[in-house]
Write a protein that binds this ligand. Structure first.
Ligand code: 3HC
Length: 311
């Protein structure tokens, strides 16, 4: 049963009025945004690791420079999102603590290994492609700081997806071995990329409330379907085969029908048993510990500066 304040709040949401940090909001609204935005930020930061380990092994200076720019962008996306989450009253340290303790999630997709250079292309095309599909609607979500952060993120993600697709285009036009490398990467990244959109709508615990609060503008399955419909022609253009024997255009629906997703694998990875979960968290913990001295120096410098201003 909603009380009067929540009824007024829902009316503002229904009227498309953005919620700003200083506005009154139901605790549950605040909590679900802290959950989603902090986990989104963690995804960006952990998302740097899979492709980061190819920066030193990029096949050309051009590809190295592009990959460096992309990984650096992801760090920036993480910072925008941590800042957006801080406007809701949670501290950066608390969020980082929750990631390291396993209390907070990050996107399942980043627990898979990047075995060849083609994986870097598949990540740009499929992972950033799925991220864009999910993030475009978030530019219009009801919480001001989150929607504004998304506008900048989406501009940069467009470059991430294009550079990945361009890389696969080069491989597919290269030697048979290079094309096979691209096909192998598609085989390994296709299904985990579809899992990024979250569990099927029937199993999504937050969707209904998030839709009512205009945090989620489309359901998990609606965005997943849009991603499949968009990506099949792109794979055909590359001359690659999508690893799904049940994939078929359904003229009646106006969409592609596709095969069953292995949700057991999904929940297993989310629970922490994916190929790289432990390595990813260990790497983040080490980076955090190694950076302690730098954070302390920044704070000491800031304190000194603010003291000198007061004199
Ligand atoms: N990986 C890990 N956990 C996932 C998940 C995934 N792919 N999909 C869903 N979950 C979790 C949810 O977080 C929730 O658990 P929680 O209550 O502990 O948070 C549970 O599964 C149930 O899922 P729901 O559908 O009910 O949850 P949501 O309504 O939050 O929907 C979501 C999940 C669609 C991922 C939504 O949280 C969202 O839109 N988040 C913002 C976008 C985001 O985080 N994208 C991740 C990728 S970012 C990225 O790819 C960076 C790019 O630059 C490379």
């Amino acid at each position: 049963e909603l009380d009067a304040a929540e009824v007024r709040f829902q009316k503002r949401i229904d009227d498309g009025i953005r919620v700003e940090p200083q506005d009154w909001m139901p605790d549950r609204y605040r909590k679900t945004l802290i959950r989603q935005i902090s986990q989104h930020a963690h995804s960006e930061i952990v998302g740097q690791l899979p492709e980061g380990n190819w920066i030193t092994r990029a096949p050309s200076l051009k590809r190295k420079a592009i990959l460096l720019a992309k990984v650096q962008d992801e760090a920036g996306h993480g910072l925008y999102l941590y800042s957006a989450a801080e406007t809701l009253g949670i501290s950066r340290d608390q969020m980082v603590d929750d990631l390291h303790s396993g209390k907070a999630k990050y996107s399942s997709i980043f627990n898979y290994p990047t075995l060849t250079w083609a994986d870097v292309g598949a990540i740009g095309w499929l992972v950033d492609g799925s991220a864009i599909m999910n993030q475009i609607p978030l530019c219009r979500c009801s919480y001001g700081p989150y929607s504004r952060a998304m506008i900048r993120v989406c501009k940069e993600e467009a470059f991430h997806m294009r550079q990945g697709y361009d890389m696969l285009m080069s491989l597919c036009r290269g030697t048979p071995e290079q094309k096979q490398m691209a096909q192998d990467a598609l085989n390994r990244w296709w299904w985990p990329s579809l899992m990024m959109f979250g569990p099927p709508d029937a199993d999504s615990v937050h969707s209904e409330q998030s839709k009512q609060w205009k945090i989620k503008l489309f359901t998990n399955d609606e965005l997943r379907q849009k991603m499949v419909d968009q990506t099949v022609p792109q794979a055909e253009y590359l001359g690659l085969t999508i690893p799904d024997a049940d994939l078929k255009w359904n003229a009646e629906r106006g969409h592609y029908d596709y095969g069953a997703i292995d949700w057991e694998e999904f929940y297993n990875v989310v629970k922490g048993n994916g190929p790289c979960n432990r390595e990813r968290i260990a790497t983040r913990k080490k980076a955090w510990d190694d950076g302690e001295w730098f954070r302390e120096a920044l704070v000491a410098h800031a304190d000194k500066k603010s003291k000198s201003k007061l004199q």
